[in-house]
Structures are given as structure tokens and as C-alpha cells.
Design a protein around this ligand. Structure first.
Ligand SMILES: *Cc1c(COP(=O)(O)O)cnc(C)c1O
Length: 432
């Protein structure tokens, strides 16, 4: 069953004539869950309303960009006020300084940041800085992690083994990924003096939620130090979501470079690459590593980011963690009652679900869970029950500060119905 009503379907038909697949980013097309996407008319707090007037409790929240919930009044006011002063100048503004100061103050060890417009640019720039600073070429990434869609980072991993130079997309030539090694997540890879950097999501959140195994991040830090390689945390999801200091503070492991995005932009196109001063000063105009952007540090985006960062305190994170725990507990007991094997990993404010018997520690595990094929039916049933989940089994749930008791109760009510409609473990076993 598709969540798309008649107006959404009409818009999709128009869109598909002028936009490939009718969408500006592929996962929005709902191909992974079947059916067609709804088109959004407006959103407020925990809710999103589509053009057919259907209202959902929203766990997409712009893929985690909206931690305060949609259209928070203070953020809207900040953006409106900034727009009145001009939307872009091609010259520096105080807003950039203030946002950079806020990030540096929140993240110990992150001395400087360069503002960019997307997480893709942040990761691409971090790799360029690492290569420039070390004079080395190789980049180690992990299967199932996502670092945006720059050529060198669209590399494919093998099954459970480190692989070198396999393209992850048509249009990415072997030469572009010749120096990209993809290793299994949660295993510290062997590094040598050819490695410029290890790039990792410190909590993997683009293959469902896969927290780091005990010792994994510490092991990466040690291996990098021994090999003279740099450690880069891609905190585009975890930054300012797992607390103000992100994953680096939560796990007490300090990388050399960071990528920020999503929350830091307050729902506008803004991201950042940050790190140690000596590394960040490799960037032009101080150093030899080139990087630039017409709309970088955009005044609307810095205003939105600042308005959000000002509101992120311990109480806010504790509140989201409490909702996440309530949802996780509820989902686990509903699944047990329905006889549906379900894993509900939690890391602080982050929440995921995997259908299956076993906890997931890497991409092979995530793929095995997705291959059971239960997610599309669950997704559709949740949509029918008024809950908007990510249209892919490889995404997590984003709980915002606007999700309260009513939203948790409505979600668990929908989940009870959705899980009851799925084949129980006994039926699946009987079917082979
Ligand atoms: C979303 C994401 C990116 C890419 O950010 P865009 O703004 O979509 O380019 C990079 N890394 C991680 C971990 C992400 O979740």
C-alpha cells in the first residue's frame, strides 16, 4: 500500500516528466518499500502533512536535520530576520564567526571549522585535507557507512573483507576509487604508511543503527597513530545529536578531523569540516589545499544553525533519550508479543530497527536483516497508522525534541497493528 494520495500521485507524475524519478534525492522515491512517496505540504513539530491532507508523526525529520522538530518558531524567526538583511553576499558575515565559535566551543579538540553547504562537501574536503597534510593517497572507509556522493567515497565493499578500488556507482571510474579501501565495520583494519586517513561514522547510522563495538573507535585511534594516518569522524548524523560534543565526546575518542552536517545547519543547507588547527590551516587561503563555495556559510543557514545550537542543552538531549528509550522498550515488547523477531538498537538519542533474530554489527548483518523483506510491509502499515518512517530498511528513526507522550503513544499504537500484521516467526519458519 502506498502512502501517496491522489494529489501526491498527480504531483509525482508531473515531477517524473522533468526530474529523474520525480525526486531530488533517490531514497525519497520509496523504491525500497514499494509504492510512491507523498508530497509534503507543510510540517510542524513532530508532524508532517502531505498535499492530500494526511498527517503523520514524522521520524524522518529531514534525515535528522531537524532536531527541534519542524518549523520551530525561533528558527523560523531567525531565518526570516536574516532574509530581510539579504540572502547571500559572497563576503564574510558575523553569523559565520558565531556559528564557527559555537561549534569549536562544543567539540573539544575541534579548533577550527570551514563552513560548506552539504555533508558531501564536508567529507570530500576532510579527505582532501588529510591527503594534503600527510602527502599520502589512501583512504580507508567502512562498508555500510555513508559519506556523501563524491566520487572517491562512492566505493563498494566486498562481503566481510577489506577491498580496494571497487566503484560503488556507474559513472565513478576505477581511477577515482583506486585509493579507497573499504573494510568491514567494527573491525580495526591493518594500516600502513600509504594510508592518509581512516574515515568512519563513529556510530553507523546509514545501514540502520550500528553502534561501535567496545574498543573499535579506540582501536582506530591507536592504529592511525601507529601508521601516521589521520582519523576522521563523519559526525554528519551524530554531531550535535548525541549531545553537544557528538560521538567524540560520548566515546572519549578524539579524531583529527570532523565532518558535521544535518543538525548544525538547522534545516538549511549548511555543513562543516573541522579539526586540529595545524590541519585546518592546510586549507586555502592559508595553506595549499584548495576548497571553496559560492553559498558557503550562507547567512540564512548560519542564522538557522545558531538558533538551533543555542537551544541544545543537557535537558533537551535527556528528553529525546527518554522518548527513544520509551519507543525502544515499547517496540521490543510489542514485537515479542506478536512473535516477530525484531532488533531495536539504541545509542543515546539514536534509534534503529532491524527485523531478524540477531544483533547487527556490520553491513553484512544489516543486509541479511533487510533481505528478510519485512520492512516494506511494516513501513506501509505504519504509514496507514499515521506514522512516517524512512522509506528504506537501512535508515534510522529521528526523534526530535517535539516528539512527546502523545506521539510516542500514537507510534506504539500503530506499531502494535503493524507488527500484528507481519508473519510471526513460526509462520516464516514453516514457509522455509
Ligand atoms: C547525510 C550524510 C552525509 C551527506 O550529507 P549531505 O548533506 O546529504 O551531502 C555524509 N555523511 C553522513 C554520515 C551522512 O549521514
Amino acid at each position: 500500500m502506498s502512502p501517496a494520495g491522489p494529489r501526491s500521485r498527480a504531483l509525482l507524475e508531473r515531477a517524473a516528466a522533468v526530474i529523474p524519478g520525480g525526486v531530488s534525492s533517490p531514497v525519497r522515491a520509496f523504491r525500497a518499500v514499494g509504492g510512491d512517496p507523498f508530497f509534503v505540504a507543510e510540517a510542524s513539530g513532530a508532524y508532517v502533512t502531505d498535499v492530500d491532507g494526511r498527517r503523520y508523526v514524522d521520524y524522518v525529520q529531514s534525515w535528522g536535520a531537524s532536531i527541534l522538530g519542524h518549523a520551530h518558531a525561533d528558527v523560523v524567526a531567525a531565518v526570516q530576520a536574516a532574509a530581510g538583511r539579504g540572502t547571500t553576499f559572497g563576503a564574510p558575515t558575523e553569523g559565520e564567526v558565531r556559528l564557527a565559535e559555537a561549534v569549536v566551543a562544543a567539540v573539544p579538540g575541534c579548533d577550527m571549522v570551514r563552513l560548506v553547504s552539504s555533508g558531501t562537501e564536508a567529507a570530500m574536503t576532510a579527505v582532501r585535507v588529510a591527503r594534503g597534510a600527510t602527502g599520502r593517497h589512501r583512504v580507508v572507509t567502512f562498508a555500510g557507512c555513508y559519506h556523501g556522493h563524491s566520487d572517491a567515497l562512492l566505493a563498494a565493499g566486498g562481503s566481510g573483507v577489506a577491498t580496494l578500488g571497487l566503484s560503488g556507482s556507474a559513472g565513478v571510474p576505477p581511477s577515482a576509487v583506486a585509493d579507497t579501501i573499504v573494510a568491514p565495520y567494527n573491525v580495526v583494519p591493518a594500516l600502513d604508511e600509504r594510508v592518509a586517513c581512516v574515515l568512519v561514522e563513529p556510530v553507523a547510522a546509514n545501514m540502520g543503527l550500528v553502534p561501535p563495538a567496545p574498543g573499535f573507535l579506540e582501536g582506530l585511534r591507536r592504529a592511525c597513530d601507529e601508521a601516521g594516518a589521520l582519523l576522521v569522524f563523519d559526525e554528519v548524523i551524530t554531531g550535535f545529536r548525541l549531545g553537544r560534543g557528538g560521538a567524540a565526546s560520548r566515546f572519549g575518542v578524539r579524531p583529527d578531523l570532523w565532518c558535521f552536517g544535518k543538525v548544525v545547519g538547522g534545516g538549511l543547507p549548511l555543513a562543516a569540516v573541522g579539526g586540529r588547527e595545524d590541519l585546518m590551516e592546510q586549507l586555502a587561503p592559508v595553506g595549499p589545499v584548495y576548497q571553496a563555495g559560492t553559498l558557503s556559510g550562507n547567512p540564512l543557514a548560519t542564522a538557522a544553525g545558531l538558533a538551533v545550537l543555542e537551544r541544545l542543552d543537557d535537558a533537551l538531549y535527556a528528553g529525546i533519550e527518554r522518548r527513544v528509550a520509551e519507543l525502544a522498550d515499547g517496540l521490543r515488547s510489542l514485537a515479542a508479543a506478536a512473535g516477530v523477531p525484531l532488533q531495536v538498537p539504541v545509542e543515546g538519542t539514536l534509534l534503529g530497527v532491524f527485523f531478524g533474530e540477531r544483533a547487527v554489527a556490520d553491513y553484512d548483518g544489516a543486509k541479511a536483516a533487510a533481505a528478510l523483506g519485512r520492512y516494506p510491509a511494516y513501513f506501509s502499515a505504519m504509514a496507514a497508522g499515521g506514522v512516517s518512517l524512512a522509506p528504506s530498511p537501512y535508515e534510522i528513526l529521528f526523534v526530535s525534541a517535539a516528539h512527546g507522550d502523545d506521539e510516542v503513544a500514537a507510534t506504539l499504537e500503530a506499531a502494535e497493528q503493524a507488527l500484528a500484521g507481519l508473519p510471526s516467526v513460526r509462520e516464516v519458519g514453516a514457509a522455509g
